[in-house]
Design a protein around this ligand. Structure first.
Ligand SMILES: Cc1ncc(COP(=O)(O)O)c(C=O)c1O
Length: 388
């Protein structure tokens, strides 16, 4: 990667241990952490500049909605995702997890059901329980190449008269699928036929690779949009998760009113620095993101080739989006939990597959949002552990 001052150098290794990073401080010092989903890259210069400028002012009293932040989101959605949204549809929130939990609390009733597609991001699977609801599973299934697909018969069969919500995750964590238009249309058609509200976690929306394009499910047509709450954030894209700035997109006025009513007194606005960062990221982050995607895609290729050539018994399908890889270790001759094995014998921290549901048993999730040298070092350690 270039070392030109205007473009980022993603090869730079930054010490994060002194920065109160959960990723880097959860394990002992000799462990390389490739687990929780943040990246080891500095945020884009325009974001840093905007934060520095605001910091220089020195007063951090109650903010109004930061001027231009709404416009920055709308313009980003149109520019990067071909999706035109009305300004009043945006609801700013301190977190996507907060956003989907709030949706169930605001719109659902105890005893109702929400549908999820495991293996998936655990907080999505836990959200129904937090709202005194039940979860219905429509697991994704693997084809012969290990790629995850939707079993539409199982999807339909999992919907009962009590099912009121579908919790979609797209791009999908941890499988890395970026759902195609035909898949989204069929899921949306099924949801509308059963009168479900779609709560779509699209936090990884900007992180897609060659040949794959993220399509917001609500952008398919106005009727689908009227049944959908979409959740996005600049947090994964620009590595600013600690600033807690996210957005719910709720074009349906009635749903939005109920959502806003449920948040009152419980779910606060976005902190000042988060708003400033969000505006700068969506306003000026394009070229940084393009460079990031280029770098991450090369990491993905390196990882894929290494796994297939050097890690005996481990398989993976290439993620179509996200900086997360889902490694199938079931044939790797590991006794017990593979994440525990790699932590103990390779000193590499990965997410345990079972965290994403029982379908994840025998898998680990690896975060390749790091300098290539870190990735290489982790993979060499994993190889040594497997071949010892
Ligand atoms: C699919 C998904 N949704 C939500 C989050 C977290 O969102 P937030 O930090 O905004 O609550 C993550 C983080 O890994 C994620 O992967």
């Amino acid at each position: 990667m270039t070392s030109s001052p205007s473009l980022p150098n993603f090869d730079t290794i930054l010490d994060r241990r002194a920065s109160d990073s959960i990723k880097w401080n959860r394990f002992e010092k000799d462990v390389l952490p490739l687990w929780v989903a943040d990246m080891d890259f500095s945020a884009p210069e325009p974001v840093l500049r905007a934060l520095r400028e605001r910091l220089r002012h020195g007063i951090f009293g109650y903010p109004q909605e930061v001027r231009g932040s709404r416009e920055a989101v709308l313009s980003w959605l149109e520019r990067r995702h071909d999706w035109r949204v009305d300004a009043e549809a945006l609801v700013f929130l301190p977190g996507v997890v907060t956003g989907f939990n709030l949706a169930l609390q605001a719109l659902g009733n105890p005893g109702e059901r929400a549908l999820v597609q495991p293996p998936t991001y655990r907080p999505l699977m836990e959200a129904p329980r937090h709202a005194s609801m039940f979860r219905s599973n429509a697991p994704l299934v693997q084809d012969t190449d290990g790629r995850y697909c939707i079993d539409f018969d199982a999807f339909e069969a999992a919907i009962t008269p009590e099912t009121r919500f579908f919790l979609l995750c797209n791009p999908h964590n941890p499988t890395g699928r970026v759902f195609r238009r035909d898949e989204l249309e069929r899921m949306a058609e099924t949801c509308l036929r059963h009168d479900l509200v779609i709560i779509s976690d699209e936090i990884h929306h900007d992180l897609t690779y060659s040949g794959h394009k993220h399509i917001p499910i609500a952008s398919l047509d106005p009727e689908i949009a009227a049944h959908t709450i979409t959740l996005i954030a600049p947090s994964k894209t620009f590595n600013i998760a600690g600033l807690k700035a996210s957005v719910a997109i709720i074009p349906n006025k009635n749903l939005r009113k109920r959502y806003e009513a449920a948040r009152r007194g419980l779910v606060d606005w976005v902190n000042l620095m988060g708003q400033i960062a969000l505006r700068a990221a969506y306003g000026e982050g394009d070229s940084w993101l393009d460079a990031l995607l280029h770098y991450l895609e090369a990491n993905r290729e390196y990882l894929f080739n290494f796994v297939h050539r050097e890690l005996p018994g481990v398989r993976m399908a290439k993620p179509e989006g996200t900086f997360l890889a889902w490694l199938d270790c079931r044939q790797a001759n590991i006794q017990g939990n593979p994440a525990a094995f790699f932590l103990k014998h390779a000193r590499v921290a990965l997410n345990e597959g079972k965290w994403f549901g029982s379908q994840g048993k025998g898998f680990v999730r690896l975060n390749f949002g790091c300098p290539r040298a870190t990735l290489k070092e982790a993979l060499e350690r994993m190889k040594a552990a497997l071949t010892a």
